[in-house]
Ligand binder design. Structure first.
Ligand code: ADP
Length: 487
C-alpha cells in the first residue's frame, strides 16, 4: 500500500503556461495524476513574461543569494483545475523575477545564472510556504543543481528543514545539458571539489544535467529503451560513463498523454469528432485537412509529421527520400518550426509537389490536432527519441505511426509486419533513409491492398491505453520505494 507523500515537482515548463517541448506536457499532466492518487503535490516553475499572472495569488517575497548578489523575487500561485472539475486542483507556484521577464524561455547568455537563481529560489521557497517535501522531483538540466545544492551547499546540507528530503531527477532529453563555464560554480556556494569529473565537471565546464544525474537519489528517464540507450556512447551525449555508474538507480517510465485533452470524441479543434464506432467521420477530417492544405480532396493515404524541426527528428532521412516517396500515390502534410534549413527544405518540396505536399511552418495546437485526426499515418524517423509523444497521440486518433525503432518509439510501437496480431505501426531499426522508405512503403501496401487489415489496425491502436494512469502509478511506486529504502 502506497503512502500519501509530499512532493515538490520542479519544472521549467508546464502546459498550458509555457511550452517548448514534451517536458511541458509531462509537467502539465503527471502531477495532476499524482495528486489524484492522494499525494500532496505542488509544482514550481519560473514566471515567464508570456504568463499572465494577473489573477494569480501573491504569496510572499524574499531574496535569494546568487553568488555574492542578493536578488529579490515574488512568489505567485494559482490552482490548476482538471477538465473534470470534480477532481482536486493542482497548486502551481511561480518564481517571479526580472530573470524571467524575457520573450523566450531560454537562449540567453545568462541562462546559467537564471537557472542557478531558479534552483536556489525553489529550495528557499519551501520554508516560506512551510512545505517540507518527502521528495523533490526535478526535471531536465534547468533543475539539476537542486539535487547538488541539497548535498553540497553548507546551508542546505546542515539545515534541519532539508534533512531527509529525497530527490528524483528525470531526464526528458539528454541532448540539452545546460553546460556553462566553470565560474558558474561560484553562484551556488558549493565547495570547489564539486568541479571534478566524478561530479558536475564536464570537459572543463560545469554541467547542470550532470549535477542532476550525479547528486539525485534516483534517476529516471522517459522510456526503458532510452534508459538503456543513454548508457552507450552513441546515445549517451558523453554522459554514458556517469549514467552507467548510476545504472542501478536508473529507471525508464514511458510517458502518458492526456486522454481528456486528446480525445477524438470531444476534441473541438478537429473538424468532426469520431470514435471507433464511426470511423467514417475520421475520413471527414481527412478531406477537410486536404482542403486546408490545398491538396486534392480524394481517397489517398495521407502521411503527417508534427515536430520541432531539428536534427534529432531524422528529417534528413525524409529529405533524401522525398522524391522517391512522391512516386507513390500519397500525400504528405507537415507542421513544424525550427531550424531554417529544414523549414526551407520542406517549403521547397511543397513548391515541387504542390498536389502532394502541404506545409505549415509555425506552432499551432489546432493544426496539430487536425493532422493527428486527419492523417492515416504519422511519420517519426527520429535519430533518437527519449519517449516521443507524437506516436502516442497518433494512436489516440487512430493514425498509424511509422517510426524509427529507438528509445520510447521502440517501447511503444510494435512493427506490424513482424507481428500482425499485435502490431501497432511500422518501424525500422537502423538510421538509414532506405529503411525508412521501406517502412513507409510497407504501410502503404497494407493500406492500399488490404483495407480490411488496415481498418483492424486502426481499431487496434484506438483501443490502446497510453493515458497517464499507468505511468503515474509507476512514479508513485518508485517514490515509495525510494523512501522505504531510506537511501
Ligand atoms: P519533443 O519533446 O522532442 O519536441 P515529443 O514528441 O516528446 O518531442 O513532443 C512534442 C510535442 O509537441 C507533441 O505534443 C507534438 O504534437 C507537439 N508539437 C511539436 N511541434 C509542434 C508544432 N509546430 N505545433 C504544435 N505542436 C507541436
Amino acid at each position: 500500500m502506497d503512502n500519501k507523500l509530499k512532493i515538490l515537482f520542479v519544472s521549467s515548463e508546464f502546459n498550458p503556461f509555457a511550452k517548448t517541448g514534451g517536458l511541458a506536457d509531462v509537467a502539465g499532466a503527471l502531477p495532476q495524476k499524482l495528486l489524484e492518487l492522494g499525494n500532496d503535490i505542488r509544482v514550481v516553475m519560473p514566471k515567464y513574461k508570456r504568463i499572465d499572472a494577473a489573477n494569480f495569488e501573491y504569496v510572499t517575497s524574499y531574496t535569494v543569494w546568487v553568488g555574492a548578489k542578493s536578488e529579490m523575487l515574488a512568489i505567485r500561485k494559482t490552482e490548476v483545475a482538471d477538465i473534470d472539475v470534480s477532481k482536486p486542483k493542482l497548486p502551481v507556484y511561480f518564481i517571479d523575477s526580472f530573470y524571467f521577464e524575457r520573450d523566450e524561455l531560454y537562449g540567453y547568455p545568462d541562462d546559467g545564472e537564471r537557472f542557478a537563481f531558479f534552483c536556489k529560489a525553489v529550495l528557499d521557497l519551501l520554508p516560506q510556504i512551510d512545505f517540507k517535501p518527502d521528495i523533490i522531483h526535478c526535471n531536465d538540466w534547468h533543475t539539476g543543481p537542486v539535487c547538488m545544492l541539497l548535498k553540497e551547499n553548507e546551508y542546505y546540507n546542515t539545515s534541519e528543514f532539508y534533512k531527509n528530503v529525497k530527490t528524483i531527477y528525470t531526464i526528458h532529453n539528454l541532448g540539452y545539458q545546460g553546460i556553462f563555464p566553470r565560474d558558474i560554480i561560484y553562484l551556488f556556494n558549493v565547495p570547489d571539489s564539486v568541479f571534478n569529473h566524478e561530479k558536475a565537471e564536464f570537459y572543463g565546464n560545469f554541467s547542470y544535467m550532470k549535477a542532476g544525474i550525479v547528486y539525485s537519489d534516483l534517476v529516471t528517464t522517459v522510456s526503458k529503451g532510452y534508459a538503456d540507450e543513454i548508457q552507450t556512447a552513441y546515445y549517451g551525449e558523453k554522459l554514458d560513463g556517469i549514467l552507467k555508474k548510476r545504472s542501478a538507480d536508473l529507471r525508464g517510465i514511458v510517458n502518458g498523454i492526456c486522454y481528456d485533452k486528446c480525445d477524438p470524441e470531444t476534441d473541438n479543434k478537429i473538424y468532426k469528432n469520431y470514435s471507433i464506432d464511426n470511423l467514417s467521420d475520421k475520413y471527414v477530417n481527412k478531406y477537410r485537412l486536404q482542403e486546408e492544405f490545398k491538396l486534392p480532396q480524394r481517397s489517398v493515404p495521407v502521411i503527417g509529421l508534427v515536430s520541432r524541426l531539428t536534427e534529432q527528428k531524422g528529417l534528413n532521412l525524409v529529405f533524401s527520400k522525398m522524391d522517391e516517396m512522391m512516386k507513390n500515390d500519397v500525400q504528405f502534410v507537415l507542421l513544424g518550426t525550427g531550424d531554417r534549413e529544414y523549414e526551407e527544405g520542406f517549403q521547397h518540396f511543397r513548391d515541387k509537389y504542390p498536389d502532394k505536399v502541404g506545409v505549415y511552418i509555425g506552432f499551432s495546437a489546432m493544426v496539430a490536432s487536425r493532422i493527428y485526426a486527419g492523417c492515416d499515418m504519422f511519420l517519426m524517423p527520429s535519430r533518437f527519441e527519449p519517449c516521443g509523444l507524437g506516436q502516442l497521440i497518433s494512436f489516440r486518433y487512430g493514425t498509424i505511426p511509422i517510426v524509427r525503432s529507438t528509445g520510447g518509439l521502440a517501447d511503444t510501437v510494435i512493427d506490424y509486419d513482424g507481428n500482425k496480431d499485435e502490431g501497432t505501426g511500422f518501424s525500422f531499426h537502423d538510421f538509414v533513409a532506405s529503411d525508412m522508405l521501406y517502412a513507409i512503403e510497407r504501410a502503404l501496401k497494407v493500406y492500399n491492398e488490404t483495407p480490411k487489415e488496415w481498418e483492424t489496425l486502426v481499431k487496434r491502436v484506438l483501443e490502446l491505453d497510453y493515458s497517464w494512469n499507468r505511468p503515474a502509478k509507476e512514479y508513485n511506486k518508485i517514490y515509495n520505494e525510494l523512501l522505504l529504502e531510506g537511501k
